[in-house]
Design a binder for this molecule. Structure first.
Ligand SMILES: CC(C)(COP(=O)(O)OP(=O)(O)OC[C@H]1O[C@@H](n2cnc3c(N)ncnc32)[C@H](O)[C@@H]1OP(=O)(O)O)[C@@H](O)C(=O)NCCC(=O)NCCS
Length: 164
């Protein structure tokens, strides 16, 4: 591509959301910053905010009001409850005058088949294992093993599930 074409491309609005077949996107869903790429049959309910780059698998359901920051990877058949927050950004602890110091990002991965409950918060760098459940209102500070239910603040394992 020539220099002029590249420059012109830079002037066009970037395509912030792309998906496979059969997506259903509710009203007031914002795709901000980098691209969000989704697979087939993805449903995103109203009032969600997604800051790409984000990767979403097939048959994922994201309930209303979810807030998802950049560098999140969501597997296939994941369910995300209303008002859940997947937060990849944080700050190094600064001095007393400004405790929120230099910005840092740590990716989050949600494994295939997992369920993130309503109003749960998943913190930077966490991997939620395949088939795991994060209970409503949990704050997840550490990786969740596959097929495990975690609940509470901070989230702790409350049950192991049959991996089948
Ligand atoms: C986690 C959940 C699936 C239940 O899992 P479960 O293994 O069947 O858990 P139980 O109901 O048997 O409860 C087991 C223990 O965990 C506790 N618990 C259950 N859900 C909890 C929660 N969200 N936060 C904290 N503790 C919770 C129970 O009080 C119980 O404690 P106890 O043993 O001291 O009595 C359910 O409570 C939940 O959070 N569902 C999410 C609902 C939701 O987000 N809906 C939106 C639709 S997408």
């Amino acid at each position: 591509m020539g220099k002029l074409a590249l420059r012109l491309r830079g002037l066009l609005p970037r395509r912030r959301f792309s998906h496979g077949s059969g997506a259903s996107i509710g009203g007031h869903v914002s795709f901000i910053a980098g691209p969000t790429r989704a697979g087939d049959r993805v449903v995103i309910f109203r009032d969600c905010e997604l800051h790409g780059p984000i990767t979403i698998g097939d048959e994922v359901f994201i309930n209303r009001g979810a807030y998802i920051r950049r560098d999140v990877t969501i597997g296939d058949r994941v369910q995300i409850g209303p008002f859940a927050r997947l937060v990849t950004d944080t700050h190094e602890l600064g001095t007393s005058g400004r405790r929120a110091g230099a910005a840092a990002w740590h990716p989050i991965t949600i494994g295939d088949g997992a369920w993130i409950g309503a109003c749960a918060v998943v913190l930077p760098g966490v991997t939620v294992g395949r088939g795991a459940v994060v209970a409503a209102g949990a704050v997840v500070t550490k990786d969740v093993p596959p097929d495990t239910v975690v609940a509470g603040v901070p989230a702790r394992a409350i049950r192991e599930l049959d991996p089948e």
